[in-house]
Design a binder for this molecule. Structure first.
Ligand code: AKG
Length: 259
């Protein structure tokens, strides 16, 4: 395991270019296993037992997500996420917008890929600036292995944070690029060349908030589970406003001074 402060210049440069960085074998496995164990307990108690039969069936077939604001099992990975946030956004600048456990059941025949940019265009119905990204950095911990494709992997379009920002910068109105994005989502046309990330527990995924992404089909036998932290600079300047969309590295102190 490496210290978060050791993100080197090459990794920062790759992150700037791709908007995505996969850190292999970076998180302590024992901490990852502890979160997975706790998630399974929550899944079988809080989520499943509280549901009626139909909901329980739906849950077993689909995506579940739960916010995790507490839980001592989460603490070591939360610290690592915040350290990484500090390395990229600047030490002492990190604000946690959301922590979320997400599990994808083995997908059925009706499964469809869903492309999106988090919070920019919610279900194609963006009406107000409130839905612009309220975060800047996603830090993801895969809890189960997805070392081959179609195991519920996160898939991403590297480099497209820049394309999205350029589109916003060149457009006189906010509406134009949003409509273009909507169209892409509606027709399921992926941006760029989508890549499924091949990951194992202990790996850490970093993505810029404007990276288009989705989830691959899960042809495996079990759940594909992840823990995601969404982080922002504490001034939360990205909540609302055009600046969040046309200036990719505003307030990323660690990206500006080379770390
Ligand atoms: O489950 C995943 O890996 C990604 C989920 C996702 O796209 C999201 O929460 O925005």
């Amino acid at each position: 395991m490496r210290n978060a402060a050791q993100l080197d210049a090459g990794q920062r440069e790759a992150f700037r270019k791709d908007g995505v960085l996969l850190l292999k074998d970076f998180a302590p496995k024992r901490a990852v296993i502890a979160v997975l164990r706790q998630y399974n307990i929550w899944r079988n108690t809080v989520i499943m037992q509280g549901a009626d039969d139909k909901t329980r069936g739906d849950i077993a077939r689909a995506r579940q997500a739960m916010d995790v604001t507490e839980g001592e099992e989460i603490a070591p990975l939360r610290k690592l996420a915040h350290d990484l946030g500090g390395a990229l956004l600047g030490p002492d600048n990190v604000h946690e917008v959301e922590a979320q456990l997400i599990g994808w059941a083995p997908s059925g025949p009706a499964w469809k890929p869903t492309w999106h940019i988090d919070w920019v265009n919610k279900h194609l119905r963006l009406k107000t600036e409130d839905q612009f990204p309220g975060f800047q950095l996603l830090v993801g911990f895969p809890l189960t292995p997805a070392l081959r494709e179609d195991r519920g992997n996160l898939f991403v379009s590297p480099g497209w944070h820049t394309e999205i920002c350029n589109t916003f910068r060149q457009s006189p109105t906010l509406r134009d690029p949003l409509e273009a994005i909507s169209k892409g989502i509606a027709s399921q046309v992926p941006w760029g060349t989508p890549q499924q990330l091949l990951v194992a527990p202990g790996d850490v995924i970093l993505t810029h908030s404007l990276i288009p992404h989705g989830v691959a089909e899960n042809k495996g036998a079990g759940f594909a589970d992840k823990l995601y932290f969404r982080l922002a600079h504490k001034t939360a300047i990205h909540r609302g406003g055009r600046d969040a969309l046309d200036t990719p590295w505003r307030n990323w102190q660690g990206m500006q001074d080379g770390g």
